[in-house]
Design a protein around this ligand. Structure first.
Ligand SMILES: Cc1cc2nc3c(=O)[nH]c(=O)nc-3n(C[C@H](O)[C@H](O)[C@H](O)COP(=O)(O)O)c2cc1C
Length: 375
């Protein structure tokens, strides 16, 4: 791997285990709760959060590509920023942190997208990253007048889309492309991405087709442990993805998603968690999300449905990390030990909770050798 790409993949620092923030571009973030302090998702808060995250030495910000709220009492994630413009604004305001955009390939023409990404990458001097989403949410596609392809077709389209984007980034000569889904002619584009390398690319495919796509095209795969009840199961999933990559002569970093509640005592953390995510959860929104995925007591049985409801309410299915600083640090270390390169975390209110996490948990992770001190 060339040195510049290695540097990008390391997010320009030596933290062995990367920690970023996931979902702050959306109202309520990842917590499906009605509590009044839930995340605003507005620009001043996002900007303050990125500056705080960078100052405290966090590695990345990862947004959600969302076009429509999920309803319920709060219209969960009803207010969201488009993620390339969000990333570009944050990249202009920061100096070290990597900022991703999350882009639905079928909703954005690849010629336009390639140039937009290069623009963001130049503004961020090589800190722009791309999360490619091939789509699952019918309602969002309807808003664009776009038909959702079958599952294989979504990734087939995604493959042609990323092939065109990369060719624009790599080739100086104009080229034609004629595929099953996309045909473009005499395409050219400049400038090229920053520093003679390319933006970090990630994908979060969970199915075998999605994972094969990630392994073939991406630097990083985000996986969530639905169905993986233990760290051993998570470790098996991570190793599986890495083996798939090795068989193709590639390397892939595997990340996951965590949902953190960290307070001075275990009792306080558990109490706050229960208050936000159970007693005051936006259950109507939870049920609407599950229904969109055809998950109901009728389809999966009452007991499993109840389990999935709680899992969903708690940060849309990320790994729950709830406790005092010792516990939270130990949990993160345990998850890291499963073979992850890093984790994207969320909080009920990122700005309010991040300082305590950084003061108490990051130094513990440094002492465990998972992270270095602040730059
Ligand atoms: C960390 C993570 C981030 C994701 N971000 C988005 C997103 O922003 N927008 C979206 O529509 N889907 C998002 N997804 C859904 C995935 O792109 C993918 O469709 C899903 O994991 C199902 O996998 P499959 O497409 O292989 O069936 C995300 C999934 C994960 C785990």
């Amino acid at each position: 791997m060339n040195e510049l790409l290695t540097e990008r993949r390391a997010m320009y620092n030596r933290n062995a285990f990367k920690i970023g923030l996931f979902g702050s571009n959306c109202s309520s973030g990842r917590a499906i709760t009605k509590v009044p302090e839930r995340w605003s998702g507005n620009w001043p808060d996002n900007l303050a959060l990125a500056l705080m995250a960078e100052k405290r030495g966090l590695d990345f910000m990862l947004p959600i590509g969302r076009w429509k709220g999920y309803g319920g009492d709060t219209n969960y994630q009803g207010e969201t920023y488009e993620t390339v413009t969000w990333a570009t604004g944050l990249l202009a305001a920061t100096e070290r942190i990597t900022v991703f955009a999350t882009v639905h390939a079928p909703l954005l023409h690849p010629v336009f997208a390639a140039k937009q990404f290069v623009t963001a990458d130049h503004i961020g001097e090589g800190r722009f990253g791309l999360n490619i989403v091939c789509g699952w949410n019918e309602g969002e596609f309807k808003m664009f007048g776009a038909n959702q392809r079958d599952h294989e077709g979504r990734y087939g389209y995604g493959q042609e889309w990323i092939d065109i984007v990369r060719r624009i980034w790599e080739r100086d000569e104009p080229f034609d492309f004629s595929g099953e889904y996309l045909s473009v002619g005499e395409v050219q584009g400049g400038p090229k991405p920053y520093g003679g390398t390319q933006p970090l690319i990630m994908n979060a495919g969970a199915s075998p087709t999605g994972q094969a796509f990630a392994v073939k095209n991406c630097d990083a795969l985000f996986c969530t442990p639905v169905g993986a009840d233990t760290v051993d199961q998570l470790a098996d999933g991570i190793q599986h993805a890495k083996d798939l990559a090795i068989r193709q002569g590639r390397e892939i970093d595997v990340y996951s998603v965590g949902v953190v509640t960290c307070l001075p005592t275990m009792a306080e953390a558990e109490e706050y968690h229960r208050h936000c995510i159970i007693d005051d959860a936006d259950w109507a929104a939870v049920d609407s999300i599950l229904a969109m995925k055809n998950i109901s007591p009728e389809t999966i049985g009452a007991a499993e449905f109840e389990r999935r409801r709680h899992h969903q309410a708690h940060g849309m299915g990320g790994i729950p990390i709830v406790g005092d600083p010792d516990h939270v640090a130990a949990e993160i270390a345990r998850i890291a030990g499963a073979g992850l390169r890093g984790i994207g975390v969320s909080f009920v209110n990122y700005l309010k909770e991040l300082p305590y996490f950084c003061d108490e948990v990051l130094p513990r992770l440094e002492r465990m050798g998972l992270r270095e001190g602040r730059p």
